[in-house]
Design a protein around this ligand. Sequence first.
Ligand code: A2P
Length: 276
Amino acid sequence: MIDVPAVMLLDGTSMPRLGLGTWPMDDAQATRAVSEALGMGYRLIDTAAAYGNEAGVGEGIAAAGVPREEIFVTTKLRGAQQGYAEALAAGEESRKRLGVDVIDLYLIHWPLPQVGRYLDSWRAMIELRERGVVRSIGVSNFTPPQIEHLVAETGVRPVVNQIELHPDFSQPELRSWHAEQGIVTEAWSPLGRTRNLGRPEIEEIAAAHGRSPAQIALRWHVQLDDVPIPKSANPERMRENLDVFDFELSEEEMARLDGLDRGARQGGDPDRHEEF
Ligand code: A2P
């Protein structure tokens, strides 16, 4: 069993430093993957209403037999339910589908500036926290001006911004802005959907440590102080991805990996992407 260290959040809670991503699993795949992951030591599970697998994730949690308080479940508000009343209802619905007492971390999935409701949604997230439906609140795919807008209007800062982040797209400016603000950076597609992994620098460092390219990428994330959530539905790769807490990359290796950034975003642009 691998013991995953924790990172502190602004609101005094903490979250595991690495977790399991569940997109694009369906309910049945999510149930199997989540219960297997919890059995090997994963304690952070990431899903979203838009993935359509919250019920499956919940069944996996129930099946694993791990005490609920050891598990940190994240889900996200889908675009179609942005708005104050809509988001209040959405939070309750997600909690019900997951079958949990409280959602550990609830994120606004995409800002959708063209819809113009993320501030109303944020006010609902604050209310959901006050009602005890969710414990911590944050955002995903937000830019600094969008986060500043939330803070200016409500005085409440997101504890996490979950963003696309991998060696080809390492977002150094956004990460250092998060660090200044005390916001934890969570990384989706931390392996760049594997497109990064064949780069010779990663393969060389992997060979030097007797580790896989995925483990090198994930260890780089951990040493950058972000929280990666690699998706795998394969037990061997799930285990491999978790097993990154017993070796260290040197400063020189970290610098080489930092140097791989080529601004190669694979997913949506936060200012334009539409997700409902
Ligand atoms: P699979 O589910 O078959 O393991 P990301 O999290 O960056 O979006 O990457 C997810 C993709 O990477 C999935 O296709 C997943 O496939 C694959 N993957 C996950 N872990 C590993 C690994 N350790 N080595 C190679 N591929 C991996």
